[in-house]
Write a protein that binds this ligand. Structure first.
Ligand code: DGL
Length: 270
C-alpha cells in the first residue's frame, strides 16, 4: 500500500515547476508535495552547467533530508544539464525528469512535420532533445522565463517578444512546438493565440501532464494501487512550498495553482 506519508519532492528555479506540481496534485491527490523554487538563482537557464548542477544537488539533498520518497526535476534546464550528476550522487532515490516523458510521447506519436523547440540557453545548448529526436528546430528564448517569473503573462510586451521569437522559429504547418521550459506552461494560451492569429496549425505541447501520468503509473505499479482516489481524511496530505529568496510574484502566481498555498522562505544559501 501507498504509505500515508508518501511525499514527492519537486524543484525548479522558480514558479515554472508549479505547472508540473499542479498536474501531479491533480492526478495523485493523496500524496504530499514538497516544492522548492530556487528564486535566489533564477534564471538557471543562463548559468554555467557547473552552477546548475550545484543548485540542483543542494536542493535534492534538502528534499531527501526532508523525507521525500521520489524527486521530480520540474525544470528542463536541470533535467538537461544535471540529471546524470544528481542520479550519480543520489542513487538511492527514484528520480523523474521532464524530458524523458516527452521524448517517449513523440516517439510513439511522431508529428507529421517538424518538432519546434523553445527553451532556455542551457537546455538548447545541451542538445538533449536534438540528440534523441529527428527534425528538431530549436531556438533559445531566454527572456521568457524571467518575464513569466515577474508575472508578466497577460502582457503586450511579453506577447511582442514571444512573437519575435516564434517568427524566427518559422515552423511549417502541422508541426508541433515543444515548450522546453516549465515556465512556458503559463503562457501556453499566448503561444496558441499567436499561431491561431497567423492561421498555422501547430500543436503546442507542455509536458507537465505527461510527467504526472508517468508518476501516477509508477505509484500504481510499485505500490499496488488499483485505484488512486483521494482519501484525505485517512491521509496526512500536506503540500509545502519554499522559495530561496523573496519573490513578490511567486505567491501571486502560485495561488493560481494552489489556492491555499503554504509558502515559506528557505535559507538554503545563507
Ligand atoms: N523553468 C526552468 C526550465 O524548465 C528554468 C527557467 C530558468 O530558470 O531559466 O528550464
Amino acid at each position: 500500500m501507498l504509505n500515508k506519508n508518501f511525499k514527492i519532492g519537486i524543484f525548479d528555479s522558480g514558479i515554472g515547476g508549479l505547472t508540473v506540481a499542479k498536474a501531479i496534485n491533480d492526478l495523485c491527490p493523496e500524496v504530499s508535495l514538497l516544492y522548492v523554487g530556487d528564486t535566489a538563482h533564477m534564471p538557471w537557464g543562463d548559468k554555467s552547467t557547473a552552477h546548475i548542477i550545484s543548485y540542483a544537488i543542494k536542493i535534492t539533498e534538502f528534499l531527501i533530508q526532508n523525507n521525500c520518497n521520489i524527486i521530480v526535476i520540474a525544470c528542463y534546464t536541470a533535467s538537461a544539464n544535471a540529471l546524470a550528476a544528481i542520479s550519480d550522487k543520489f542513487s538511492q532515490i527514484k528520480l523523474f525528469n521532464v524530458i524523458d516523458p516527452i521524448i517517449l510521447f513523440l516517439k510513439q506519436e511522431p508529428p507529421k512535420n517538424n518538432i519546434g523547440l523553445i527553451g532556455t540557453k542551457q537546455t538548447i545548448r545541451s542538445g538533449t532533445f536534438q540528440n534523441q529526436l529527428s527534425q528538431v528546430i530549436a531556438i533559445a528564448t531566454p527572456i521568457l522565463a524571467p518575464l513569466i517569473e515577474e508575472g508578466l503573462i497577460n502582457n503586450a510586451a511579453t506577447d511582442l517578444i514571444l512573437e519575435q521569437y516564434l517568427t524566427k522559429l518559422d515552423l511549417a504547418d502541422q508541426s508541433v512546438l515543444l515548450l522546453g521550459c516549465t515556465h512556458y506552461g503559463l503562457i501556453k494560451p499566448n503561444i496558441e493565440n499567436y499561431y491561431a492569429k497567423i492561421n498555422k496549425n501547430i500543436k503546442v505541447i507542455d509536458g507537465a501532464m505527461l510527467v504526472a501520468k508517468q508518476i501516477k503509473n509508477f505509484l500504481k505499479n510499485n505500490f499496488n494501487l488499483s485505484n488512486l482516489k483521494p482519501n484525505l481524511e485517512l491521509n496526512s496530505k500536506v503540500n509545502k512550498f519554499y522559495v530561496t529568496d523573496d519573490s513578490e510574484f511567486f505567491l501571486r502566481s502560485a495561488k493560481q495553482f494552489f489556492a491555499d498555498i503554504n509558502l515559506d522562505f528557505l535559507p538554503l544559501w545563507e
